[in-house]
Design a protein around this ligand. Structure first.
Ligand SMILES: Cc1cc2nc3c(=O)[nH]c(=O)nc-3n(C[C@H](O)[C@H](O)[C@H](O)COP(=O)(O)OP(=O)(O)OC[C@H]3O[C@@H](n4cnc5c(N)ncnc54)[C@H](O)[C@@H]3O)c2cc1C
Length: 359
């Protein structure tokens, strides 16, 4: 069987960034993406300045896609709220819009994008994948970019005792939400997780939660959980009073804080398949884009060298983000954290810098 020189599995930010960069370097890859059309993703839709810089390197301008500028961070908890300026300009853009623009750019750069096909399993030692129609593809270089979704044969370790669940919906446009969220990323902290809110290009507010599975179980489902959180956090209740949150998407088993310590020859693990930062830090998209760009640049150096480099770059931001996540999720450390931030408002700016893959 003829081998495909470069095969990418997954057309999210990581896979498409690699596809664009490889195609531009004269090595147009084949990219397999299971969705057939624009779709929403469980994500907070926050683009940090490092994600914006990576998008510029890919010749994509989020402002032209309608991204809403963000300059401030508002932290809200049961002990009050604090607002502070972000170190640099960020933006809010739905993943529906971002991912579609990246797929279009990959096609335009010369990549062969095959949508509506799903990879069922991988055999990394042979750099082989099996598709849902039973066909097999062998590759010289296999770029694994299935993000939050595990691929049989290449699964990441998972700590089921902590098992956070990601939830996402959109709140319909409202003049009040527009006024109060203009230029802001708002994070509501609570026991077991947080809720993030920001405005996106279509005027809706993206509402995304990362929450411990036990909290959803204890509440008896998502609608009950939202009611309980509203009772705990009056500021969140006020936001939700503007629009009833319905139509939730969910993803579970996100291994926050994990990164690949190694890989097999020819297997490049990109994005969430290479390093998973706590979502609270809002840097997963930047890591995905950077890893795609870097894998393409290090294609000749080999997968092991690439994976080592990615681990080196991501380890520190991942560890800081994990520490912050654990503090924010527990009452006492959260109260200490909020008190410190109230006393020293520049602290979140420092935390935001320390959790970026690129300064
Ligand atoms: C609750 C939550 C909130 C978050 N909020 C933010 C935020 O605000 N800002 C931020 O920067 N990051 C955020 N993140 C992290 C961010 O979503 C991820 O880091 C990022 O999406 C990773 O990109 P990726 O390309 O690796 O994977 P993904 O975005 O997951 O893309 C993977 C792609 O692969 C495709 N695919 C999957 N399996 C297969 C298969 N078998 N065959 C073919 N195709 C397949 C999928 O359809 C998808 O298109 C958040 C994460 C969570 C869980």
């Amino acid at each position: 069987m003829r081998r495909t020189p470069a095969l990418i599995v997954g057309g999210g930010p990581a896979g498409t960034a690699a596809a664009i960069a490889l195609a531009r370097a004269g090595d147009p890859p084949r990219l397999i993406e299971r969705t057939t059309e624009p779709h929403e993703v469980v994500c907070g839709a926050f683009l940090g300045w490092d994600a914006l810089a990576a998008l510029r390197r890919l010749d994509l301008d989020p402002a032209r896609l309608g991204a809403r500028p963000i300059h401030r961070l508002r932290l809200v908890a049961d002990v009050g709220q604090v607002e502070t300026r972000l170190p640099r300009a960020a933006a809010g853009l739905s993943r529906r819009c971002l991912d579609e623009a990246l797929i279009d750019a990959a096609r335009a750069a010369g990549a062969t994008v095959e949508r509506g096909r799903s990879v069922r399993a991988a055999e990394p030692s042979r750099r082989a994948v099996r598709l849902d129609d039973g066909n097999e593809i062998l590759a010289d270089a296999l770029f694994l970019a299935t993000g939050k979704h595990e691929l049989r044969g290449a699964v990441r370790p998972r700590d089921t005792s902590r098992d956070p669940v990601g939830l996402r919906t959109a709140l319909s446009p409202s003049p009040r939400l527009d006024r109060e969220l203009e230029g802001v990323i708002e994070l509501h902290l609570f026991d077991g997780g947080y809720a993030g809110l920001l405005l996106q290009e279509d005027g809706c507010a993206n509402l995304c939660l990362s929450v411990a599975r036990r909290r959803i179980k204890r509440a008896g489902g998502i609608p009950n959980l939202i009611r309980r959180l509203s009772d705990e956090l009056p500021a969140l209740k006020a936001r939700l009073a503007e629009a009833d949150p319905v139509g939730w998407s969910a993803v579970s088993g996100v291994p926050y804080g994990w990164w690949a310590r190694g890989t097999e020859p020819g297997l490049f693990r990109l994005g969430d398949q290479g390093a998973v930062i706590a979502s609270l830090a809002g840097d997963g998209i930047a890591i995905a884009l950077e890893s795609g760009l870097q894998a393409a640049a290090m294609r000749e150096a080999g997968a092991e060298a690439f994976q080592h480099r990615l681990g080196e770059r991501a380890a520190f931001p991942l560890l800081v983000a994990e520490g912050l996540r654990r503090c924010a999720e527990h009452r006492l450390p959260r109260h200490v954290l909020m008190r410190l931030v109230q006393l020293f408002p520049p602290l979140p700016r420092l935390a935001a810098r320390l959790t970026r893959i690129a300064p």
